[in-house]
Design a binder for this molecule. Structure first.
Ligand code: MN
Ligand code: MN
Length: 468
């Protein structure tokens, strides 16, 4: 008999032992992925590896595209489109799952190194929406690239391998924090205070001569030169990110959760990639997974969702098929597509229940979240998926045994947020936000449920393979 009342339930008791094993296996793979993919570039590198292992080739290597072909393109190492060509005409549209792979962090400034009172420090400029106080007194790792004037690239990764030194932003001891503690939380840590501790040992020669003005800075500059051949000017053309140094791990005595950095939105990127790799027969509709950069700063730039990366990929694909009107075919393909904007939502936190409408908030462990609309102040800038499309996804998930729940991002007028959903929708396709709920979103240690990850993976797979 059909349930006439709607309740959201924890997924664990509903899983048979076989599926419980799959949940555990997926979580192990996910943690390893998170540990390797700490930046947008490292995430794309992981995705390329996975794609190549599963028979994907770059689109430009293919002269004629045929059903079943597996192709991808990367955009400056920071964004990527992967596709499996379907047997239906491309114009009838594709099934798209789009996640973003950038996460909040601290970026080094172009001239980062300075010395003050015998300490060498790096200046940073934070990226994305962070609560600054959360980034103090945390072990941090350096991940990034330096491109020298001659174009040679140096990849840096210091702080998360055994024996590595780590870096940190110091905080004030409570004994002397009277004035700081009186401040509003938002003002307590100014952005210019997010300085990274990198050294305290003067260079021997500078100390001997006893006339060097900044002997510790000099020593760090020497270290960078001797170890990596870097001069300070090289750091102007660099992208160096400070990310938490500790690995992802299980959370809870029951090990039901995963804690770690960058789960917004690499949990969705991972689930989307895994589900795509599971498609081993020729799909009816063309299947696409899109990994976008810059979502956390408004999807700007040529690797963000506001660029024409997806559109250009489709145009390139159309050019490799027989189409009398290629321009129209590409537009039809995009307009007739349907998409899941694969992004996380906030899970209900009983410690902060005042900001949530308890009937409409997502619960950790209760399945992947369908978010009809995001936005703020009356759905401003939201995609607000159509009822017809939400019904389509709901039926698809119910038929495939995907545990899902509806979710809204907090109480009305409490704040809000957005995803890439409205940007995908601008092509004319139907879009719905769909991803796991997180606790401590945007913090250096976000928490997700293992079953929600599994249901996201299962849901994306059902969506990508949907023929009708
Ligand atoms: Mn996100
Ligand atoms: Mn975010």
């Amino acid at each position: 008999m059909q349930d006439i009342t709607f309740t959201v339930k924890n997924v664990w008791p509903k899983l048979d032992p076989g599926e419980q094993n799959l949940v555990g296996e997926l979580a192990e793979e996910y943690k390893a992925f998170l540990n390797r993919a700490r930046t947008e570039r490292e995430t794309i590198a992981e995705a390329v590896l996975l794609a190549q292992q599963n028979g994907f080739v770059t689109l430009r290597q293919v002269e004629r595209l045929r059903p079943g072909d597996k192709v991808y393109e990367i955009n400056r190492g920071k964004a990527m489109v992967l596709a499996i060509i379907g047997s239906d005409a491309l114009e009838s549209g594709g099934n798209i799952v789009a996640a973003h792979i950038d996460s909040p962090r601290l970026d080094l400034k172009p001239v980062p190194l300075y010395e003050e009172e015998g300490l060498a420090l790096f200046k940073t400029h934070y990226y994305g929406g962070i609560k600054k106080y959360q980034w103090l007194s945390v072990p941090l790792a350096i991940h990034g690239i330096v491109v020298k004037q001659d174009g040679t690239r140096l990849e840096l990764r210091i702080g998360d391998q055994p024996g590595d030194p780590v870096f940190t932003v110091s905080d004030l001891l409570p004994h002397l924090a009277k004035d700081q503690m009186d401040k509003k939380l938002a003002d307590a840590v100014p952005g210019e205070n997010l300085n990274i501790l990198v050294g305290n040992r003067p260079s021997a020669e500078a100390s001997q001569e006893n006339q060097e003005k900044e002997p510790v800075r000099k020593a760090i500059a020497q270290y960078l030169y001797q170890t990596y051949g870097l001069v300070e000017e090289d750091l102007v053309s660099a992208e160096i990110e400070l990310v938490p140094a500790y690995p992802a791990c299980d959370v809870g005595l029951d090990r039901s959760m995963v804690g770690g950095y960058g789960q917004d939105d690499r949990i969705c990127a991972f689930a989307a990639l895994k589900s795509l790799m599971d498609i081993t027969t020729v799909p009816r509709r063309t299947v696409i997974v899109l990994l976008a950069d810059k979502e956390e700063i408004g999807s700007e730039g040529n690797t963000g969702m506001k660029s024409r990366f997806l559109e250009n990929f489709v145009a390139e694909a159309v050019a490799r098929m027989d189409h009398r009107l290629p321009e129209l075919a590409a537009r039809r393909m995009l307009g007739n597509s349907r998409a899941l904007s694969a992004d996380v939502n906030a899970a209900f936190d009983p410690t902060y229940k005042d900001v949530m409408d308890k009937n409409n908030a997502a619960r950790l462990g209760c399945g992947v979240v369908l978010t009809k609309y995001t936005g703020s102040k009356g759905k401003l800038e939201a995609n607000d998926a159509h009822a017809e499309f939400v019904a389509f996804v709901r039926r698809l998930f119910n038929e495939a045994g995907v545990a899902w729940q509806p979710g809204e991002l907090g109480k009305v007028d409490q704040g809000g947020g957005g995803t890439v959903a409205h940007l995908l929708a601008s092509y004319g396709m139907d879009v719905l936000d769909c991803g796991p709920g997180l606790l401590s979103m945007h913090s250096p240690f976000e928490v997700a449920s293992k079953v929600d990850l599994y249901m996201a993976y299962k849901g994306y797979k059902a969506f990508l393979s949907a023929a009708g």
